[in-house]
Design a protein around this ligand. Structure first.
Ligand SMILES: [Zn+2]
Length: 378
């Protein structure tokens, strides 16, 4: 009797196994995501307790609103000096404030320095910059940030725009590399900058370029193209392939995860941060969520969380605190849950990516710790 039962059952089990196998293959990605859901994804309430790093912040004053808010929500900060004229204080003042915060809060506050292009046409410009960077590194700076004023604003004595691949920068990047420090670069602008306002893909770009027409390149056809900016950055990197590099704002390739992937493939020592550009991934999620999710999972060691929060002279404390929390929670929800969401930056609903914990930990902490070892002392 048992023998007969086995004879009937065995082929049935075999058929069932084949059906299951086929099902697994066709629904592979869905099932992986579903199994990640149960045991290995963070929830909204985990946000406050998971240790996190925001690699893209700006604090130009001695006030401590951002630092206190970071402490309250288990964040550490990488605070960048930037050559933003005239909105930011002079470079020496930016560096002074950063050294002070770093000394007072070494567990939360790490910083990078920057340089100005003052005296560019003098033969010893690069030497003077290197002298300054040497001092800043001795005082705790962990890298340098180069900004879009290179490529979009600063000109030499003949009136030519200074581009990032100018050979005058070579000794500076060489020095930073020799010192094992990091170069962060905000190159050009999002591609939207070269489009009319109503053709832009996200509302945050529409707002920014409406308010800052001097940077809205659609209005300035005499200026270098989007491709010129990307090429100058890439030409510079081609000369410095072994340099540790963070291309902030998704490398200004925010409009296409394929483009970001190609950039990361071409430059193996480069990473990207998502600061102020997560909305562009959300826009791509509307069309093909799985593609965006696959991109982050594939490049999980090369993507860093950052926001671009700013604490300036005229910052309203409660607005900053509320704004930080709102953005942090919105970003966390997008990356950790599969909820349908809306955001003021994006004009349609999109679904969260529900990334596994292991990937979220890398984006929010581990990748930054690898790039900046011992940055946040405990
Ligand atoms: Zn920034």
């Amino acid at each position: 009797m048992i023998f007969q039962f086995k004879r009937i059952l065995q082929p049935l089990i075999l058929v069932a196994l084949i059906v299951m196998q086929l099902g697994c293959t066709s629904k592979n990605e869905k099932q992986t995501e579903a199994s990640e859901t149960q045991d290995s994804c963070y929830t909204l309430s985990d946000f406050k307790f998971v240790p996190k790093i925001d690699v893209h912040a700006h604090i130009n004053v001695e006030g401590r609103i951002m630092i206190e808010q970071a402490k309250a929500y288990n964040f550490k900060l990488m605070v960048m000096a930037v050559d933003v004229v005239p909105e930011y204080p002079p470079m020496e003042e930016q560096i002074r404030v950063r050294i002070k915060h770093h000394k007072e809060n070494p567990d939360v506050f790490a910083f990078t320095t920057a340089f100005t292009l003052e005296g560019w046409d003098e033969p010893d410009w690069s030497d003077k910059v290197i002298e300054q960077l040497k001092r800043d590194f001795e005082n705790g700076a962990l890298g340098i940030k180069v900004w879009k004023n290179i490529g979009m604003g600063e000109k030499d004595k003949d009136g030519n725009l200074i581009m990032l691949d100018d050979p005058k920068f070579d000794p500076i990047f060489r020095f930073v590399k020799e010192q094992n420090k990091v170069v962060l670069s905000h190159a050009g602008e999002p591609k939207n900058c070269w489009l009319p306002i109503d053709e832009m893909t996200v509302n945050n770009d529409r707002e920014y370029f409406s308010e800052n027409p001097e940077y809205h390149m659609y209005l300035h056809p005499e200026m270098p193209s989007y491709e010129d900016q990307i090429n100058a950055r890439n030409n510079m990197l081609e000369k410095n392939k072994d340099m540790t590099f963070i291309a902030v704002h998704l490398a200004s390739l925010e409009w296409s995860v394929d483009e970001i992937a190609a950039f990361l493939d071409r430059f193996p020592n480069a990473s990207v941060d998502v600061a102020e550009r997560l909305s562009h991934l959300q826009v791509q999620s509307i069309k093909d969520r799985q593609k965006v999710r696959n991109f982050i999972i594939k490049y999980q060691d090369r993507v860093l969380y950052g926001t671009d929060f700013q604490e300036l002279e005229n910052t309203n404390p409660s607005e900053l605190k509320e704004g930080m929390l709102k953005t942090w929670m919105q970003d966390w929800k997008y990356l950790n849950t599969d909820e349908m969401m809306t955001a003021h930056q994006v004009n349609a609903e999109f679904q969260g990516l529900k990334l596994p914990k292991s990937v979220v930990d890398k984006i929010y902490r581990i990748n930054a710790q690898k790039i900046f070892p011992n940055a946040w002392e405990n």
